[in-house]
Design a binder for this molecule. Structure first.
Ligand SMILES: CC(C)(COP(=O)(O)OP(=O)(O)OC[C@H]1O[C@@H](n2cnc3c(N)ncnc32)[C@H](O)[C@@H]1OP(=O)(O)O)[C@@H](O)C(=O)NCCC(=O)NCCS
Length: 312
């Protein structure tokens, strides 16, 4: 039977979350679905960009969900999940079609996803839509059990007045545009502020040297007791690595101030110097996924880019 695909609203969140938890916990062998993504919430995605939230229904029952995100010219989707009882019937492929249309409508020039590198099924599924496997992405974390090596001054977006916030977003867009033309995180910055999911922090005095969109607290994408770096990037310049190290320290200060004991963040290993910085800063790899890109180009997964993201 063919499912009906429609846009979901925040009222569908509970059912969508149930599908995500049951399907992923089955795939990962986690006995209790509630332990998957424990304490984290994806409701912010439903509120931030309702046009990118898709569900598949059969007989009025939600059986699959796919969340698309666009950051200006860059788009990705996930989590994509189908109820265990409805897998293998083409539902995922139906849920990919509206995402491809959305990316076209929004003039996305580089799109991708994060998936299980060892799964022939996943690689096959996404290849059918033109995505090709590339570098591994490391999902990393750092426990904040020892004293900070260095305290750094952290500037916060939430501390700005409206006009300053607007100026900051312009500077952030210029910084990301230098990394990849059209890459724009403004939507994420605004969502964190409006939905009180954490804060965007930054470093630099005369120029913006780097910023990090940090999720923490209830309703955010951070798991219980941790801070999740949704996106971070250092300005493109000869000493981006130095700026990136300062940004990591600023993130650590932010996590400590938020009262959490752990930082979670993902980075493409194609950004090998940035990956090295994170290892040197005490981050450890918890597990690896693979990015698949369409077109099969590097986008902003390049050695000269010092940026954190993981497209989960
Ligand atoms: C991955 C998932 C979304 C797929 O959903 P689905 O509705 O079962 O997928 P579809 O039926 O649309 O397509 C699956 C495709 O993989 C193929 N496939 C299945 N097992 C395969 C294998 N071992 N090797 C190669 N291809 C395989 C199927 O034949 C089908 O392709 P086809 O139409 O060309 O024959 C679903 O299994 C799921 O929710 N899994 C748990 C969560 C998850 O892993 N989400 C994705 C994270 S990136």
């Amino acid at each position: 039977m063919s499912a009906t695909v429609r846009q979901l609203t925040k009222d569908d969140y509970g059912a969508a979350e149930h599908i995500i938890k049951t399907s992923f916990s089955q795939k990962l062998g986690i006995p209790d679905p509630d332990l998957f993504f424990s304490g984290g919430s994806l409701l912010g995605r439903f509120l931030m960009d309702p046009e990118g939230v898709f569900g598949a229904e059969e007989n009025g029952e939600l059986v699959g969900v796919n969340l698309a995100t666009t950051w200006g010219s860059v788009g990705y989707f996930g989590p994509l999940a189908v109820s265990p009882s409805h897998q293998g019937q083409g539902v995922a492929q139906q849920l990919l079609m509206p995402v491809m249309s959305l990316f076209r409508k929004r003039n996305v020039s580089h799109s991708g996803l994060f998936t299980f590198p060892e799964s022939a099924q996943h690689i096959h599924l996404y290849r059918k839509f033109g995505f090709m496997p590339r570098f591994l992405t490391a999902i990393m974390s750092k426990n904040l059990d020892s004293a900070p090596s260095k305290e750094v001054r952290v500037w916060r977006y939430s501390g700005f007045k409206d006009v300053e916030q607007s100026d900051f977003r312009d500077s952030a867009r210029e910084l990301t545009n230098d990394i990849y033309p059209g890459l724009d995180l403004q939507k994420e910055i605004c969502a964190v502020e409006e939905l009180e999911m954490g804060d965007t922090i930054f470093i630099g005095s005369d120029a913006l040297d780097g910023f990090a969109i940090c999720h923490y607290g209830e309703g955010s994408e951070a798991k219980s007791g941790s801070m999740y770096i949704k996106f971070a990037a250092a300005r493109m310049c000869a000493n981006s690595n130095v700026l990136f190290n300062s940004l990591l320290m600023a993130c650590e200060s932010t996590a400590r101030a938020a009262g959490v004991g752990k930082i979670a963040a993902g980075i493409s290993t194609a950004r090998d110097a940035g990956f090295d910085c994170m290892l040197s800063a005490g981050f450890k790899t918890d597990y690896l996924g693979v990015y698949m890109h369409k077109p099969n180009e590097q986008g902003f997964c390049r050695p000269d880019v010092f940026a954190i993201d993981d497209w989960r």
